[in-house]
Design a protein around this ligand. Structure first.
Ligand code: ADP
Ligand code: MG
Ligand code: MG
Length: 213
């Protein structure tokens, strides 16, 4: 039912928080190569605010969509930085798409993932190949949409899509950044994956069992 899926969303965000606390310094080091080194810190600030807001909303009986909207707004408000604005807005769009209903089926989840992706693309204007989080997000979204249309179970579709996102994030190592703060030092970034693509692939991987359970 609706309360149960809201609890799954809280659990997904809690898993993301644990993952980001573990990865904080590694993400910061990656961002320091051509950017300003704050990606780990910013993501931790964002997810800490998001998990608190999500738990508070769920505690007041909010449905899944409202929980995700509260989490996204808190993330955007507290994280700072480009990734914080984009993650916050993306989570809000995901929540708006899902609404306060029970567990989404694969097609409803696909619509949510597409809303997340479209909001980020619309705000950041990055395209695949620009060496941003979009390089991991687009393959995730395309794979998930295709598998959902083919009738796959949400869990299997999510796992397969997360694997695509992970290899796409790794493959950004060979690219030169065309957007964001890493652009002026683009050459230095070659050989290191994009930090935002890396964190996105990690988070989609760990949240999958809860969002697509
Ligand atoms: P900031 O660059 O403001 O310090 P972060 O370090 O937290 O913010 O995030 C950097 C990440 O944000 C990059 O690795 C990239 O993935 C992502 N990013 C930067 N600009 C854009 C954009 N225009 N669209 C999508 N993602 C972007
Ligand atoms: Mg940064
Ligand atoms: Mg910064």
């Amino acid at each position: 039912d609706s309360r149960e899926y809201a609890a799954n969303c809280v659990a997904a965000l809690d898993a993301a928080r644990d993952c980001l606390h573990t990865a904080e310094s590694r993400l910061g080091d990656m961002d320091a190569i051509a950017g300003d080194g704050d990606h780990g810190r910013g993501m931790v600030r964002g997810i800490d605010a998001a998990t608190s807001a999500a738990a508070a909303a769920a505690g007041q009986g909010a449905g899944a969509g409202s929980v995700l909207i509260a989490a996204g707004d808190a993330w955007a408000d507290k994280a700072g930085g480009t990734s914080g604005v984009l993650w916050g807005a993306g989570l809000r769009a995901f929540g708006e798409s899902l609404g306060d209903q029970g567990s989404p089926d694969a097609e409803e989840l696909a619509a949510g993932v597409r809303a997340f992706s479209d909001r980020i693309a619309g705000l950041g204007k990055a395209e695949p190949g620009d060496k941003t989080m979009v390089d991991a997000l687009v393959p995730f979204t395309e794979t998930f949409t295709r598998l959902a249309v083919e009738g796959a179970e949400p869990r299997q579709a999510w796992e397969a899509s997360a694997l695509q996102a992970t290899s796409a994030a790794e493959a950004t190592a060979s690219l030169r950044p065309l957007k964001g703060r890493a652009r002026p030092l683009a050459e230095k970034s070659v050989g290191t994956p994009d930090p935002g693509a890396t964190s996105l692939a990690m988070l989609f991987t760990v949240m999958g069992p809860f969002l697509a359970g």
